[in-house]
Write a protein that binds this ligand. Sequence first.
Ligand SMILES: Nc1ncnc2c1ncn2[C@@H]1O[C@H](COP(=O)(O)OP(=O)(O)OP(=O)(O)O)[C@@H](O)[C@H]1O
Ligand SMILES: [Mg+2]
Length: 333
Amino acid sequence: MESDASCKSATLRTNLYATLDQVKAGRRVVIERHAAPMAALIPMTDYWELIMRRARQHRPKEEFMPTQRLVIANASGGEGKSTVARELAYSLALLGYKVALFDLDPQASLTKALGLHDDPASPARTEEATVGRVFSRDEPPPLPEPMQVHGVDVWPANDSLNSVDNVLNNDFARAANLREALDAYLSGMAEPYDFVILDTKPQRTNFLTASVAAADHLLVPVSGIKGLENLDVLLKLVKVARGIAPSLTLRAFIPNRIRENVDHHKELLHHLQTDLSRLAPVTSNVRDSLATMGGATQQRLPAVLYKPKAKVSEDIVAMTHNVLKILGVKVPA
Ligand SMILES: Nc1ncnc2c1ncn2[C@@H]1O[C@H](COP(=O)(O)OP(=O)(O)OP(=O)(O)O)[C@@H](O)[C@H]1O
Ligand SMILES: [Mg+2]
């Protein structure tokens, strides 16, 4: 790791932009006054990590909680899977939970939204960084080490994951490999994750089955009636995945990108709360907010870090609390 730079407080004003450029490039700059360190400028990703570590230290330790494994899936495209996975992960981390985030979609929207593909030389663009390798043998090889992004451990995706379906189409028995590799990874951790969140691809393929089967709880984001059209396809896939993960359960629908005054969204919410309530409860809505979501993606940040006071971020926090309640996890004060 590069050593920290230093800057005298008296010259900070004249060197401010050059100093900030150093910080933006990942360097920490110690500000010295009378030759003694008095403050430091640190990259934002270090800042978020500190905030989350502090939240972890302050979170009252309830009784032992096994890692909660959540998969976000919907066999329709564009319903907000990657957005919900990202926002849920970071709002749980802000509550003081230790969180892992897996991108299991070769499209890699989640990985890209976190900025991990911006550098052409980023390890996130290599096959070795993805979970792909766990399917390469009958006995799953260990998961690679994650990348740290703003205090959350991330397993990135890239288009090399397209080959997973070829492997699984020839040998479906390996669909259990991701779950087994995750079991092994978690059991080897001194301080296991509180939450593992898996983002999935929309196409109903064997890789999606393997991804869903790596979790115990299924959350389904829905942003329109179209998002429910393939629900039967998803439920059939869950039945198959239960061969690998017997306790896998549909735990909640998450209405996302909702405009409450629009008729078809009113219909959607009504349908979820009546006809579909026998399948799973519905969380509070996450509103449609192009400005905040678009800005967050552009800044390579989750909305809850980019604009924590925006209404949509408040919706995400409320939805996160709902999910905790549904899972029976005591919400930290
Ligand atoms: N609450 C929201 N407000 C505004 N825009 C949103 C919201 N949720 C998601 N979006 C936007 O909608 C688009 C689709 O969202 P996202 O990529 O999360 O869906 P997805 O289900 O993961 O898609 P895919 O099936 O392609 O993986 C993205 O451009 C995202 O920024
Ligand atoms: Mg996605």
